[in-house]
Design a protein around this ligand. Structure first.
Ligand code: PCA
Length: 319
């Protein structure tokens, strides 16, 4: 009897074999992206009856944002999140969503992602990575200490950047790029290390920038995405049922994340205004300069990426 019981127990435990994953993100626990990831992890755990548990490590606590792709690729952690355009050195097509003035709305961003996704999947698979889902940041606007009348106003100033795409934009504007992580923006402003930045309203809100910058221009420059991904071998080691549950939860997280992003975009822009910031558009002549900047950036980008750029932009513009 005792033996039988032990046997039953052994069967039960093996049926409940648990896999534990770590998921590294560079963004803070209260970012809407991280809240969405935590919900995703809960969904996976529930759908698999605890067979796959994903522990989320926010705020660069497991790996720094810039190191997460490599950490997942080499299996140091099973999953992670990064801002997709930060992968351009390895996967140039990952920068397609950070070309100024191509994507103008969430609808455009969705079309762009549908075209970009098959290419991202192929490149990720080649590197032993498995994309789970992507969620956009709200549209990127311009924060500035002083009113901006033209591109000349950036000469000799310092612009905060968060990846190579934003570094190039700062350079084209004639500003000195200063790399500052998302959570360090408030301190960088307090220390006088930056004069302006292009980012979303929500990043401005999270950094409570209103005491330090007076102007937020809704230039709607681009809509970058974060991508959540796993180590391919770790995914392949899961049972087919668990893998399917992961895929379904990722699909739900993507839909939920896009809705959250749109909501957060509106709410945060309103919050910046309610805190006394001047929220509005740039003067028309500067808008025209910005459009030319975008065209230059996009010419350079298409040249550096080659034929894959056409696989996105031909259907994006002509279908
Ligand atoms: N916030 C992040 C990335 C894009 C965004 O809107 C940041 O500024 O670092």
């Amino acid at each position: 009897m005792k033996k039988l019981l032990l046997l039953a127990l052994a069967v039960m435990t093996s049926a409940h074999a648990q896999t534990q994953w770590n998921l590294a993100t560079g963004y803070s626990a209260d970012s809407f992206h991280t809240e969405n990831i935590v919900q995703f992890a809960r969904d996976v755990e529930r759908a698999t009856g605890g067979a796959l548990k994903i522990e989320v490590h926010p705020g660069n606590s497991l790996f720094k944002l810039a190191d997460i792709r490599q950490a997942v690729e080499t299996g140091k952690t099973q999953a992670g999140e990064t801002i997709m355009a930060s992968l351009v050195a390895e996967i140039p097509i990952a920068g397609a969503d950070s070309i100024p003035f191509v994507v103008k709305s969430y609808g455009d961003a969705r079309r762009m992602w549908n075209l970009q996704r098959p290419l991202i999947e192929r490149h990720f698979a080649q590197r032993g990575l498995y994309p789970l889902y992507a969620v956009p940041w709200p549209p990127q606007g311009l924060f500035a200490r002083r009113p901006v009348e033209s591109a000349k106003d950036f000469h000799g100033t310092r612009m905060r950047t968060y990846n190579v795409s934003t570094q190039r934009i700062a350079q084209i504007l004639g500003a000195t790029p200063v790399d500052v992580p998302t959570a360090g923006v408030n301190q960088a402003l307090a220390d006088g290390r930056i004069d302006s930045m292009i980012t979303s309203a929500v990043t401005g809100v999270e950094n409570r920038v209103w005491d330090k910058v007076a102007h937020y221009y809704t230039i709607n420059a681009w809509i970058p995405k974060n991508i959540v991904f796993a180590n391919l071998a770790a995914v392949q080691a899961l049972s087919p049922d668990t893998r399917e549950a992961l895929r379904v939860a990722a699909q739900a997280a993507e839909a939920r994340g896009w809705a959250m992003s749109e909501q957060v975009a509106d709410g945060s822009t309103r919050e910046l205004a309610s805190k006394g910031m001047n929220v509005g558009r740039v003067p028309p002549n500067f808008e025209a300069e910005l459009k030319r900047l975008g065209e230059r950036f996009s010419r350079e980008w298409v040249q550096s990426v080659g034929h894959e750029a056409n696989q996105i932009f031909v259907p994006y513009y002509f279908q």
